[in-house]
Design a protein around this ligand. Sequence first.
Ligand code: F6P
Length: 240
Amino acid sequence: MNIQVFQSKEALYDAVAKVYIDRLNQNPNLTLGLATGTTPIPLYKKLIKAYQEKLISFKGVKTFNLDEYIGLDESHPETYFNFMRRELFNHVDIDLNQTHIPNGRIDFNEAMKDYQLLLQENPIDIQLLGIGSNGHIGFNEPNTPFDSKTHIIELALKTRIDNSRLFNSLDEVPTHAITMGISEILEAKEIIVIATGKNKSDAVYEMIKGPVTESLPASILQRHKNVMVFLDTDAAHKLT
Ligand SMILES: O=P(O)(O)OC[C@H]1O[C@](O)(CO)[C@@H](O)[C@@H]1O
């Protein structure tokens, strides 16, 4: 793992954005694995700015998101479908037909099989990951098998509590989600993990220094050959 710690979030997100700008200039037809949550928002803002400054284009880019809630109305602002349009897709020149998000509103078996097949056919060049405070990646909660493919998961109470800040109440946070599986995440040629804030420091420590165990899903990243981890000093504070 290549681990970088930054004194400011500004410097951290500038560094991550630079990686994307460089990679997109090398290959304008990248297949990107994208993430939601609070963590990637500053990166998406920087990529929108880079697009506006004509440093990058998304015309040839394909995207695959990690996950989607189950049970939210399609007009709900917290569906990851709506999140991605609001935070990135509506502001750049991406072809929306080339953007993919697991579908939380159709028959579960169909949704899982469709996404598994799509991922098999479209190898991901760079997978972006945040990390849950319990070590989840995508919505692969603790004790998800490392060999899992896209599946339906019951969200951990910790995750629902963490994410309740974005809803009116804990009751409104969905109990289930559809998520890319861990084995599919590991297929990406390159993985970029971003973590900021003290509430991620335990999970970050276990991801990097802990044993590789299904009880801390992000620990499997120790076995991937090409992982870059971008941390602020709060998220990194247990490491030294
Ligand atoms: O970035 P946040 O909001 O702390 O969320 C952590 C992780 O949990 C998820 O929301 C679940 O996939 C990820 O998208 C995110 O990386």
